[in-house]
Unconditional design. Structure first.
Length: 65
């Protein structure tokens, strides 16, 4: 299950919540009942190198044994 970061617009309380993709976003701060917003950070994926090419994922080989 993905973890989302939230911060309260009123009291600046920040916390993480594990939610399913289909769950609605949280809207109410558990501390002051103010409104929340999702925080978006860096992705956990890093692409390195000169790029991806058509030959990087070759088609499955067909052999007749």
């Amino acid at each position: 299950m993905p973890t989302y970061s939230y911060v309260c617009k009123d009291c600046q309380h920040s916390f993480d919540a594990q939610q399913s993709f289909s769950d609605a976003a949280l809207e109410i701060c558990p501390i002051c009942q103010g409104s929340l917003r999702k925080q978006f950070g860096n992705l956990g994926v890093t692409f390195k190198g000169s790029g991806f090419y058509k030959t990087d994922s070759a088609a499955p080989s067909t052999s007749s044994d």
